[in-house]
Design a protein around this ligand. Sequence first.
Ligand code: OXD
Ligand code: MN
Length: 636
Amino acid sequence: MEDVNVPFVEVHYVTIQKVGDIPIVKGDFKELPPQVQKWVAQMVQLCTPRGVYICDGSDEEAEMVTQKLVERGTLTKLTKYENNYICWTDPRDVARVESKTFIVTDDKYASVPHSREGANCVLGLWMSPEEMKVQLDDRLPGCMSGRMMYIIPFSMGPIGSPLSKIGVQVTDSNYVLLSMRVMTRVSSEIWKHLKHGEEFVKCLHSMGCPRPVERLVIKHWPCNPEKTLIVHFPDIRKVISYGSGYGGNSLLGKKCFALRIAGRIAYDEGWLAEHMLIMSITNPKGEEKFVAAAFPSACGKTNLAMLTPAIPGYTVRVVGDDIAWMRFDKQTGELRAINPEAGFFGVAPGTNMKTNPNAILTCLKNSIFTNVGETADGGFYWEGLEDETPPGTEITSWTGEKFILGEDKTKKSSHPNARFCCPARQCPIIHDRWEDPAGVPISAIIFGGRRPEGVPLVIESFDWKHGVFLASQLKSETTAAAEHTGKQVMHDPFAMRPFVGYNFGHYIQHWLDFEKDPNNKLPKIFHVNWFRLDENKKFLWPGFGDNIRVLDWIIRRTNGEDIAEVSPVGLLPKKDSINLQGLVIDWDKLMSIPKEYWVNDIQETLKWLDDQLGDDLPKDIRDQIEKQKERLSQLK
Ligand code: OXD
Ligand code: MN
């Protein structure tokens, strides 16, 4: 597929540099590698901003942009802390929009699987280049008129690491610029690392609100919800995002680049880009192991990654809370993982000094809070902070409504998908190897979801293929991270349903294929469920810091301890093999495998996978389903 064919634009280097007729208000265009100059010039000609601002990642730059946003009313300083700001968005722009997120390739089936006729494919949306061109031609020409175009050079992963990748985002949102500075490594150093002609991921973002503004701008948050489109061109490593300023829609290093585009690069190059946290656990003997864990959005990945162990003697350290890039080391066969991000963009509601003290401590400075409430004394507030905020405190909610804490329990301060955006390096338990260019060695891969019914606390896979099957059948209750409503249990294979940038069948096969290389030391694969309910809708497991007990069991299994027994759905902990000291747990209920539930579940899973993937569903997964059915038929 060809990239947009815009003729090369002349660049003038007089006293004021110009791209075409558009002045460069900051930075030196000559510093940009030629392939970046060419693309930026095309984007300038297409989007017609009033000026071009080449970012260098410096603190002075951040201060200047922040100041502007404060003056405009987009950001408000939270005076209780150092360099913390709050932002409220247009209430129509509050989450990722999966229904408007597309993958564009010449061949439809490079992007999406051969779903069965009549099945509504939820594993990616495809549009042809021709159709997408019509959509983009309707949106992009002049989309930045009257606004500044910021050129953001960024690295996913430590700058200069062989595992890292470089992107350049052009955007007309300075909120996005400030957030990208937290979430990625933004620096003019990047230009030096991009060799002549070397590939970089091209990221174009516009709020779709050119000046003079003809639309009503709400809360100083320009956006264009009716026309929002998030488009990926994996073949040419390009992302175009239009109309939304929120999170994964606009911070293009995150889901768009580090998962969808990088996933496709990883497929081509033989590695993995996954929706996973990376953490280490050190046991009382001082042995440290790293694990990677995938959970659907807003299932507590950030809390798990920064867990405060509820039992003594254990230490947890975090490498990343959302995305892992992993590859098998050619020499040692170990699976090595890096966190490509530089910050945490966590769901705020529910986070507090009990559930995740490390997250709270991370965001006491240099952070941006979006759609949370504000206390009268300049602090942040959200649902979950009740016990840490004095009753009687006046709160201004994200919709601007004032109320007194404790007076009216129906008042909500924050949007359920409100976020904190804070630098990872500030986390008190950040691992000292979190930026190790070689990555950290992964001993176990954990998958999990919110499963109120039927699914035990932890299951270990019988082997790699069975593990890939456990990941393929992952399901979870929906959350507020995207536009889904209601509490339904949805399939979310590998926790990647919204984030795969190519045919999901090929993705599953890619996972299966790692077994074929005898040099690869395959980590053990587990499935966990912290969310099982009893008949009174009470959680059967305390979760949070007590999850260390399960992690401990997992680590001991990676050491080969004989503490697991066979069940029809996988290996389960032998009774008393998980340390439950100090807890009152109904173990039998927590670990039971209700036959009827599982028989129905495997039928439904087969139907769903077959509908969604059709003939792209790998044969190994069909075999695993048959084996599971057979094992379940033996269950009493
Ligand atoms: C996220 C998500 O923001 O998964 O991390 O939605
Ligand atoms: Mn995520």
